[in-house]
Design a binder for this molecule. Structure first.
Ligand code: 13P
Length: 230
């Protein structure tokens, strides 16, 4: 049986109060707990929520208190270690709260000018700190640094547009990435919703999804997690 990775990316959204509301809604939906022997979390699936840095401390406390079967991640990390790098958050600081990090998202490349070089530095920092890395690529030709744990194929035109890639084509690109890199975990992102998620998860090469917009709504995010059961 396949193990899936479902990782939500909140991007620059939510205050503490809004995150609290989301967590309470999610905890009211039966997903199982980390201690449950029966339910979703026990089936070797990995559920991650990549939150803004400002919410990490609070989210970690609440996820523990509510016993939610989700791990925390961030959406970026500094290419440097601790030290005099004003405004940056180091991988060691992230690791205090989170176990996952997204690196190389197309929005980081586009709006923050991140290059393959800087992204390789981020991967090296995250690796040293012991973070699990989801590395985003826009096609099978994007350079992928050594040491990433999972790759997310996110065609730029499908992000936030409501126009998802076809599952068959996403599967073909993901199969090509796997053949090229030997990376075992490759997921799809770009307008994933509760309505189309099953069609992606049913593909042979696709190991999960990276929803943005749909992860902001607790009920939709829960439906995406529950889809691994379909
Ligand atoms: P949407 O699901 O909103 O299209 O965003 C996808 C994404 O960029 C996840 O990283």
């Amino acid at each position: 049986m396949k193990s899936y990775l479902i990782a939500g990316n909140w991007k620059s959204n939510k205050t503490t109060n809004e995150a609290m509301e989301w967590l309470q809604k999610l905890s009211a939906i039966s997903l199982g707990t980390r201690d449950s022997g029966q339910e979703l979390s026990a089936k070797n699936n990995t559920f991650v929520l990549c939150a803004p840095y400002t919410l990490l401390f609070f989210m970690k406390q609440e996820i523990d208190r509510l016993q939610l079967p989700i791990a925390l991640g961030t959406q970026d990390v500094s290419p440097f270690g601790d030290g005099a790098y004003t405004g940056a958050v180091s991988a060691r600081q992230v690791k205090e709260f989170a176990d996952w990090v997204i690196i190389g998202h197309s929005e980081r490349r586009k709006y923050f000018g991140e290059t393959d070089e800087v992204l390789a530095q981020k991967v090296a920092q995250a690796k040293t700190a012991g973070l699990n890395i989801i590395y985003c690529v826009s096609d099978e030709n994007t350079v992928i640094p050594d040491g990433v744990d999972a790759v997310a194929y996110e065609p730029v035109w499908a992000i936030g547009t409501g126009k998802a890639e076809t599952p068959e084509h996403a599967n073909a690109v993901i199969a090509a990435i796997k053949a090229k890199t030997q990376i075992a975990m490759v997921i799809y992102g770009g307008s994933v919703t509760p309505d189309n998620v099953a069609s992606f998860l049913a593909q042979s090469a696709i190991d999960g999804v990276l929803p943005g917009g749909a992860s902001l709504d607790a009920e939709k995010f829960a439906a995406l997690l529950q889809a691994v059961e379909l």
